[in-house]
Design a protein around this ligand. Structure first.
Ligand code: ZN
Length: 173
């Protein structure tokens, strides 16, 4: 039983139970938010209105694990994960961190895995096509016994307030 297969299975399960209704941040782009399965979702992020510190590359900072890391989409749509210290400075990737991503079209989502490349982790494949869709990161590192799942929208539209792409928006709107 390969760990990767176990991991992807976990992601798929998370994907199946993912409710898209947790985030109502499509105020400006008017996207038709899908309503099915919208009930049981407990959104992991809050629209607190508190401006947060952006990642060093302008990506989304994932803080549900320690150390935190930045989720940043490169120009070739590969995802780069950069681990950060408390001052948001890059540090070498956690040894033995196992991270996978599932996302894209709900009928045929794509699965990405991450591998160490120098001090960062990079996805084995690019993100699937599209400018806005939900993804789930499944993260296992250090002492976490149960993998952490982080759910958010990859949204490449630019926020008018902080000028970051919406997936990395720090405005808390
Ligand atoms: Zn913003």
């Amino acid at each position: 039983m390969s760990a990767i297969k176990y991991f992807l299975t976990l992601g798929v399960i998370g994907w199946l139970v993912l409710g898209l209704g947790g985030c109502g941040d499509s105020d400006s782009d008017g996207g038709a938010e899908r309503q099915e399965n919208a009930s049981a979702s407990t959104a992991t992020h809050s629209h607190s209105g508190v401006k947060e510190t952006p990642g060093p590359n302008g990506g989304r900072v994932i803080k549900s694990v320690q150390p935190a890391f930045e989720f940043f989409v490169l120009k070739n749509r590969h995802v780069q994960l950069t681990y950060l210290d408390d001052q948001m400075q890059p540090i070498p990737a956690v040894i033995n961190a196992r991270i996978s991503l599932i996302g894209g079209d709900r009928m045929s989502p794509s699965s990405l895995t991450f591998m160490k490349s120098g001090d960062v982790l990079q996805s084995d494949k690019p993100l699937p096509p599209g400018d806005r869709y939900p993804v789930i990161l499944t993260i296992e590192q250090n002492s976490e016994i149960i993998p952490v799942q982080e759910k958010f929208n990859v949204d490449f539209s630019v926020c008018g307030s902080c000028n970051l792409q919406e997936y990395a928006c720090i405005c808390g709107h």
